[in-house]
Design a protein around this ligand. Structure first.
Ligand code: OOG
Ligand code: MG
Length: 269
């Protein structure tokens, strides 16, 4: 069996690490990466912690709205020193409206990234899910900004740790103009991120695995390994196109997407 798929943590360890991550997420403090204490931790262990975290949030009344793919562009992999994509879950509590003021007091060290989000109209199930399956199941795409916030000190981690921390998920903002995917040439779609009126990042959506739908297929195939499918009506983010940009209270951000319009927000204490 692939070592990365082997579970090494006991149920007790999974719950213990989940409580550690949950505390850091809900009370906004940094913790050492989990592999400092558990060096043998695998990616499967990371997902076991993440799924326990989801179970607790859902039990507390949070509603899952979809999933996110992460580390799907070269820029992101290089920035984070990781070379395998990951997935995380998204809930209603993480969603923020367009043009809103987003608090930073409940975040550790937030960063923003531009992503293409997909909304599905058919169930998707792996293994073997392809880019074309995703395109066939897509209702529409829309531009999004993800506000990621690693709970690990210095925003430094490895794959098992970041997976356990739900892929650094913190907040997200969808907006702009929803479009049918068949009316777009997604790989050539350009996006520019502006912070306080200055361009801070830019790239074309092909930076995400050649085509953002490829990232959604990858996500569906990882979900299959976790014994799950992607239900119709899911909101799914395909991963940062450019590297993530740090933000603090007082900053305003606009992500401008060709064809899809722009997504704006500002950050406050
Ligand atoms: C991990 C999350 C990556 C993306 O879009 O690549 C991610 C991280 O960089 O903290 O959300
Ligand atoms: Mg992201």
């Amino acid at each position: 069996m692939d070592q990365t798929l082997t579970l090494t943590l006991s149920r007790e360890d999974i719950v213990r690490l989940c409580e550690r991550v949950e505390g850091a997420q809900t009370r906004a403090y940094a913790i050492p990466k989990l592999t400092d204490e558990y060096p043998a931790m695998t990616i499967a262990d990371g997902y076991a912690v993440q799924l326990e975290l989801r179970r607790r949030f859902l039990a507390a009344g949070h509603k899952q709205v979809g999933w996110k793919a992460g580390l799907t562009s070269r820029a992101k992999m290089k920035q984070m020193g990781v070379d395998v994509p990951s997935i995380g879950f998204l809930t209603d509590r993480m969603a923020r409206p367009e043009n809103s003021a987003i608090s930073t007091h409940d975040l550790v060290h937030p960063r923003v990234e531009c992503e293409v989000a997909f909304v599905t109209r058919k169930d998707l199930q792996g293994p073997g899910c392809t880019r074309q399956d995703v395109l066939d199941a897509t209702d529409y795409v829309l531009p999004a900004v993800e506000i990621i916030d690693s709970r690990f000190s210095g925003f430094k981690f490895d794959l098992p740790s970041v997976v356990a921390d739900n892929g650094s998920s913190a907040r997200f903002v969808g907006g702009g103009r929803p479009r049918y995917v068949e009316d777009l040439d997604l790989p050539t779609l350009g996006v520019v991120m502006e912070k306080n009126g200055e361009t801070v990042a830019g790239a074309a959506a092909a930076a995400v695995l050649g085509h953002p739908a490829e990232a959604i297929a990858m996500l569906v195939n990882i979900l299959a390994e976790l014994g799950e499918g992607l239900p119709a009506g899911s909101f799914v983010m395909s991963g940062g196109i450019t590297e993530a940009v740090p933000v603090k209270a007082g900053d305003s951000v606009i992500a401008r997407f060709q064809e899809l319009g722009s997504v704006s927000m500002r950050f406050v204490e």
